[in-house]
Design a protein. Sequence first.
Length: 300
Amino acid sequence: MEPWILIAVAAAAFQTLRFMMQKSLSMGPVSAGGATLARFFYGAPFACALAAGYLAWRGVAWPELSAVFWAYAMVGGLAQILATLFVVLIFAERNFAVGITFKKTEVIQTAIIGFVVLGDRVSLFGFLAILIGLLGVLVLSDPPQSDMRGWRRFANRAAGLGLASGAFFAVSAVGYRGATLEVAGGDAFMRAAVTLAVVTVAQSLAMMAWLALREPGEVARVWAARKTAIWIGVTSMAGSISWFTAFAMQNAAYVFAVGQVEVIFSLFASVLFFKERIAGREMVGITLLTASIVVLVALG
């Protein structure tokens, strides 16, 4: 098995843990914006320490970063902030497993954006997997106990938030892959660590400024919740360095395709930790999305 596949699975596991803690935090002392800040604010110190430590261990200097790198990194960072915020908002609309599955539309959208921006291609079987995944998303976006008929059944707030989060995650993934490819020299892990450190610092500063203007006092509440929020930072850093390393090694669409194993992880989390029930129709949608992973990995 290729290393990037194992790295993507690890990224999905860490991300599931982080979203579980973000959901709990957003349902308690902080807002959705505060839970989003917690990810970057508490992850940035760990990311910077990791990058500095790895460069020192390798005995190399901080690499020069081009204007193209900064463009990819900043666009990716902004898109990730918006995507994370939308995911936290999804939790208030549908249960945990379905919220995460909505987010997995990122696979479909990353394939398109990656081709347009970076020229990354997927195979014929890859497009077949995309269609299977799209069907799964349509099934999941049908709200329970709805009196609506036809396509109006898919025009609901949860579906809109899910598709928006997937689009922004797709933009961020392509941006991060582009940024890691612009870091001169070094192995995939070094390029990922440098990119992650730059992005998380920028995201923390941007989110703190935005919350200071829009939600006065929220930054203080995030700091007050540090005993819980710091673990969001730890799992965020672990997941992000895994994603970034995989992006440095492989097409972002394929990385996200393998990362859909997160759907299975989130299903267990939904039932075991949040005591939520999964409807039969939702299981069909999750199964379809899981099948799309198998097709992409085995035949894509």
